[in-house]
Design a protein around this ligand. Structure first.
Ligand SMILES: [Fe+2]
Length: 150
């Protein structure tokens, strides 16, 4: 009986992990239920909305295996997003190899800066992406950043 429950849980965990990855890569991800990603389309000529909504990731390019390191995300990558009671970033999340690993919500506009820091560790070279949601302008994703485990 216990073995059966263990196997059932293992199958469910695997399915959830797989579905999380699929959701992220298909652009249907958002913890707040909003659908679709917006991203930087022309890096040489970003739009005003892209400048203040595409998140920027600050992370080391190389880390030790299983060593904690900091990932900082700021919104946007060229212009600081407004933070007012009517218009603010209400969600910042990071994905590792397409799977959500950490995130934070900002419940009230005009109080929190449009940035977040996370401390994570990796056991293999991975890509990190950041996702943010603006309450007026949708859900935005960064380009992937590769962190090499040495
Ligand atoms: Fe916005």
């Amino acid at each position: 009986m216990k073995r059966r429950e263990f196997l059932k849980g293992a199958v469910l965990s695997t399915a959830l992990l797989a579905s999380g990855k699929a959701l992220a890569t298909e652009g249907n991800y958002s913890r707040t239920g909003k659908k679709g990603f917006l991203r930087l389309l022309n890096p040489g000529n970003p739009t005003v909305l892209e400048k203040k909504h595409v998140p920027a990731i600050d992370a080391p390019s190389k880390v030790g295996k299983d060593e904690w390191f900091e990932v900082k995300v700021r919104v946007g990558f060229m212009t600081v997003h407004p933070s007012t009671p009517e218009h603010w970033i209400d969600e910042i999340t990071i994905l590792v190899d397409g799977v959500e690993v950490a995130g934070t919500d900002f419940k009230v506009g005009g109080v929190s800066a449009p940035e977040a820091s996370f401390k994570i560790r990796l056991n293999k070279t991975s890509t990190i992406e950041a996702v943010d949601n603006c309450n007026l302008h949708g859900t935005w994703i960064s380009d992937p950043v590769t962190v090499t485990v040495i």
